[in-house]
Design a protein around this ligand. Sequence first.
Ligand SMILES: C[S@@+](CC[C@H](N)C(=O)[O-])C[C@H]1O[C@@H](n2cnc3c(N)ncnc32)[C@H](O)[C@@H]1O
Length: 253
Amino acid sequence: MLFEQRTSKTQPHVSYYYSVYRVGPGINFRMKPTFESKDGAVKLYLANCLHVMATMGRVSATVTDPPYGLGKRMNGGTWGACQKFAEMREWDEVAPQAIVEEIVKMSESCVIWGGNYFTLPPSRGWQIWDKQNAVKTMADCEMAWTSEDKNTKRYSGPVGGHGTKHPTEKPIGLMLWSVSQLGQKETIFDPFMGSGTTGVAPVRLGRKFIGVEINPDYYEIAEERIKRELDQFRLPLNIEQPLIQADFMAIKP
Ligand SMILES: C[S@@+](CC[C@H](N)C(=O)[O-])C[C@H]1O[C@@H](n2cnc3c(N)ncnc32)[C@H](O)[C@@H]1O
């Protein structure tokens, strides 16, 4: 039944993930971040997000873009011929419903991109990405389910632009807008961070970030991008006003 299933908190098979170690009876394990910023505001894990979540308490906000379960459909035409999308057929085969339910339970506020691929409670606060340069064979819009009792909002912006090797990389402008729609949230959690786009947004907005990615190649891209962002600049924490869409359009990726 929806939201009744509990994820096992017993120690999973962890040998692959070098960042895991036992701390004693009662507490199964604690995970050391694969990367942590000097001030501790950014923690990144090369791991299965379920293993990290089992060690966490509640988070103020999750903004994430999980696999949508479309992998098998990515086998025709231009997409099917492309190596980048061949990889995607593997990790995007199943939409992780049970993990998404856990994420919603542990988050005070939550944004699930591709929320229309999951069974989630009714919500009026959807976030819509209107893809300005959508090609005819792809969707004109993407939808994010949110836990917020707010009006549905739309962001208009183009697809692509950052050129990482991740096949479903989201634009930074979109994730800046998406995170900012939640208002003042101290920490943003992304359990499916891919190339790290969501993580760039809180760093740029002066928030804390916890990110997890299971694929070592994508993790490497994410860590490099987020470190570069940390090296550039950080706003002080507690900015008062969420940015408006015009601000994001002015920010160069
Ligand atoms: C839709 S992509 C995220 C793309 C991201 N928004 C970006 O801009 O690059 C989903 C990611 O979740 C990762 N993933 C799938 N299952 C996972 C799991 N159990 N734990 C952590 N990451 C996982 C995949 O490897 C993939 O990179």
